[in-house]
Design a protein. Structure first.
Length: 148
């Protein structure tokens, strides 16, 4: 599997997480209970898988290798900004999750930030998947490939 295909597979996993997040913020807005453990796992997955692992692969490998090719510099700059925006939203999710764990009445801010993160996932994924599919055609140009 090439590095680009590996990133595309991550996007499939992130899309699955987005579906779970959508369900959670909908249930929170409907004043229905969600197990605290599930909400904690979602926040952990956002921080560890999405940001540290996946975004780390993009920022430390994919972006530096593709930035100067085919005029991608501006597009990559936008993706890095979106990563930072996602980190800020994720911090707010964690803060409001901690508040919700102390007081179940504090569900609205948590639901709002989960929805904001979900919308960011969707919009970023739409742009990035198209970009990665284009790059996959030229994947032989990438110096970094996932080792088999």
């Amino acid at each position: 599997m090439s590095a680009t295909e590996d990133l595309l597979q991550d996007h499939v996993t992130i899309r699955r997480l987005q579906v779970v997040i959508e369900k959670c913020y909908t249930l929170l807005n409907e004043n229905k209970d969600i197990p605290f453990g599930d909400l904690i796992k979602i926040a952990d997955i956002i921080e560890q898988f999405v940001d540290q692992f996946h975004h780390g692969k993009e920022e430390n490998g994919y972006f530096p290798e593709t930035e100067g090719k085919d005029g991608n510099s501006e597009e990559i700059r936008k993706f890095v900004i979106e990563h930072e925006f996602g980190r800020r939203i994720a911090k707010r999710v964690r803060i409001h999750l901690e508040e919700f764990l102390k007081d179940k009445k504090a569900r609205e801010p948590l639901a709002r930030y989960l929805k904001t993160y979900s919308v960011l996932f969707w919009t970023t994924r739409q742009k990035r998947t198209g970009s990665l599919r284009t790059s996959r055609k030229n994947d032989h140009c990438l110096a970094w490939k996932k080792e088999s």
